[in-house]
Design a protein around this ligand. Structure first.
Ligand SMILES: [Zn+2]
Length: 294
């Protein structure tokens, strides 16, 4: 299910079963899931209504053992450039830093140690190569489309050896990435912040995933207090944005996806029952009918 934000950005979420092991050159399959706009359901508790500027809230049903990938590729066909920051329980998926919705580039020095990078953005104190930026962008070319399967683990920045670990919902709290990195500061949602760049003459080329869509549609099941862990290794990297970060607007839309177990989800989306008003005892229905018509 593809949603469109107030400013026209696009997003869909896939919830395939978590991968058991690394599969070379193979990304997890499509498994599109339903997202529920909280403003359309009266029974959704206020805790899922952010009341913040630019934020649109959605619910998604999950369960232990599901993987997740975020599909932003529809933004590559818009008439303007798009940048998007993904935050998983409060952790940036590419940097594992707690940078919120801010767009950041890392080109000269380590954001943690402020030391100059060696070649290929290597920080000797961190012992690894930083990504070029903390967001996805629409002009990324065919090699790394605008989709995100997990937490970036390591990689050579544009080198095919880059590795990501799949987003996996788990009831094992000790495996949660945010649990480990920020503890009680974590949230139980996924947030995607969208920014607009320049207008485009031509939309970018489409790249597709190998598998067919819609084999396994999962928006049910589900347990409480699920965390998002770093699962099986996946070949994935994000290309370096060649443009300066000030090319983009201020943040225009933030989609906040609250993940909940299915039992709760069903309660929240159940239709409200209304009593009939003054017409209760009046014969109604189309002319000539002795019965109520609906
Ligand atoms: Zn460092």
């Amino acid at each position: 299910m593809l949603i469109t934000t107030p400013h026209g950005f696009k997003l869909s979420i896939n919830l395939p079963m978590a991968e058991k092991h690394y599969q070379k050159n193979q990304l997890p399959p499509y498994a599109p899931t339903q997202l529920y706009d909280v403003t359309k359901y009266e029974n959704v508790p206020d805790t899922f209504r952010s009341h913040e500027q630019n934020v649109v809230d959605y619910l998604v049903g999950v369960r232990d053992g599901l993987g997740m990938w975020i599909d932003l590729t529809a933004n590559q066909h818009l008439s303007f450039e798009v940048a998007a920051v993904a935050s998983i329980q409060g952790i940036n998926a590419l940097t594992a830093l707690r940078t919120g919705t801010a767009l950041e580039q890392y080109r000269h020095s380590c954001p943690l140690h402020r030391k100059s990078f060696h070649r290929n953005r290597y920080c000797s104190d961190c012992g690894f190569e930083w990504p070029a930026q903390n967001y996805l962008y629409s002009e990324c070319g065919r090699s790394s489309p605008m989709w995100l399967d997990g937490f970036r683990e390591k990689g050579g920045n544009g080198n095919p050896g880059a590795k990501t670990r799949q987003f996996v919902f788990t009831s094992d709290t000790s495996r949660g990435v945010a649990t480990n990195l920020i503890g009680s500061h974590r949230s139980y949602n996924i947030s995607i912040a969208f920014y607009k760049g320049n207008s485009k003459q031509r939309p970018s080329h489409m790249t597709t995933r190998g598998s067919e869509p819609g084999v396994e549609i999962l928006s049910r099941a589900y347990s409480k207090g699920l965390e998002i862990a770093a699962g099986a290794e996946i070949d994935q990297d994000v290309a370096q944005d060649p443009h300066p970060v000030d090319r983009y607007s201020t943040v225009l839309d933030i989609v906040r996806l609250h993940y909940v177990d299915e039992a709760y989800l069903q309660q929240f989306i159940a239709p409200q029952q209304y009593g009939e008003g003054p017409l209760k005892n009046v014969p109604v229905g189309h002319p000539g009918s002795s019965h109520k018509t609906y």
